[in-house]
Write a protein that binds this ligand. Structure first.
Ligand code: TYM
Length: 331
């Protein structure tokens, strides 16, 4: 059975990009024939300053959201990264086998560090910790959005180096990125950029917890273009293509069908249809998130169960790695 592993940062609420790019597919995979593990990567989130109490709240918030979206703890291992110390330990070992040149050029680091005066070392190590996550759990498949490709490639090359030096220890992981536009949902304010939690303009993202009014207002203000017909042309009409993609994913209708149904509408009128589809899809999820959040003890108990399972896997891999070091050192 193939092993699926992925992670998500506990920074505030999820947006449509996180949902369609990652979480929705996590649920499909959980319901197929895979061994699936999903991790709330709090150690990754502290690469940027976090207030401890807020972080704790956000961990619960993400846990509630994942359950509300359909993660079933009976089928998926859901755990908290910081509770399994081996993640940091393997990160250190891998960092000794990573060059600074390799990390400097990674786009996420470049983008985030450009705006900073004092760059934390952890931000630089971020992708190495991500490789450690994947390798510790010996994952074959990693479902992520398109922005994560370079990070997965780093994990692949660290795997290759390790196996080359110490013998076959880790499987080579493959990123699972969907062909359609769900792996790159765009900002509502600037459809050339990805939808991102760190965007300072709240109108750029629809959050899973937005109220119907908030959703309608954000979609109404989404940047489109000066053509009024509703057509799917991702090259020349990125804004409208992004709305059609979101609409199609939220309603389970094909883009052609939606274009057909919207022939008489201009893009302004069409936006109300998009908002309606999003509201219909996410309203039940939003209500479930609220329900789960009323019961933090239950959420911690779910994580405790996952932590224990993940700990077992991590210990096994780490023991294997330490044996390899000792064996080669002694021989
Ligand atoms: P995070 O929390 O930043 O993002 C979580 C997932 O959401 C996807 N995503 C998007 N997909 C489509 N369109 C968008 N606009 C969009 N924005 C975000 C991301 O690609 C991601 O899949 N580094 C990871 C967390 C991580 C991880 C791992 C993932 C840590 N360790 C091990 C896989 C395996 C991240 O970006 O989290």
């Amino acid at each position: 059975v193939k092993k699926v592993f992925s992670g998500i940062q506990p920074t505030g609420n999820l947006h449509l990009g996180n949902y369609f790019g990652a979480v929705k597919r996590w649920i499909d995979l959980q319901n197929s024939n895979y061994d699936v593990t999903y991790c709330i990567v709090d150690l990754h989130s502290i690469t940027l300053p976090q207030k401890p109490l807020e972080l704790k709240e956000n961990i619960l918030r993400i846990c509630a959201t994942l359950l509300a979206c359909g993660i079933d703890p009976q089928k998926s291992t859901l755990f908290l990264q910081s509770s399994v110390r081996e993640h940091s330990e393997l990160c250190w070992i891998l960092s000794c086998n990573t060059t600074m040149a390799r990390l400097t050029h990674l786009p996420q680091y470049k983008e985030k560090s450009e705006k900073m005066k004092e760059i934390p070392l952890g931000l630089y190590l971020y992708p190495v910790l991500q490789a450690a996550d994947i390798m510790l759990h010996k994952a074959n498949l990693v479902p992520v959005g398109e922005d994560q490709i370079q990070h997965i490639q780093l994990a692949q090359s660290l795997t290759k180096n390790f196996n080359h030096r110490f013998g076959p220890t880790f499987p080579t992981c493959e990123p699972m990125i969907s062909e359609d536009l769900s792996s790159r949902i765009k900002s509502l304010r600037d459809p050339t950029k990805k939808m991102s939690k760190s965007d300072p303009d709240p109108k750029s993202c629809v959050m899973l917890t937005d109220s119907p009014d908030q959703i309608t207002s954000k979609i109404k203000k989404a940047v489109t273009d000066f053509t009024s017909a509703v057509t799917f042309d991702p090259q020349n009409r990125q804004g409208v293509a992004n709305l059609l993609t979101i609409h199609s994913l939220a309603s389970n209708k094909s883009i052609e069908q939606i274009c057909d149904e919207s022939q008489r509408l201009d893009t302004g009128q069409y936006k109300f249809k998009v908002a309606e589809a999003i509201i219909e899809h996410f309203n039940p999820i939003r209500l479930k998130i609220d329900d789960y959040l009323k019961n933090p003890d239950y959420l911690w108990s779910i994580l405790d169960i996952g932590n224990e399972k993940a700990q077992e896997v991590a210990e096994k891999t780490m023991n294997e790695i330490i044996l390899l070091f000792l064996f080669l050192g002694g021989g």
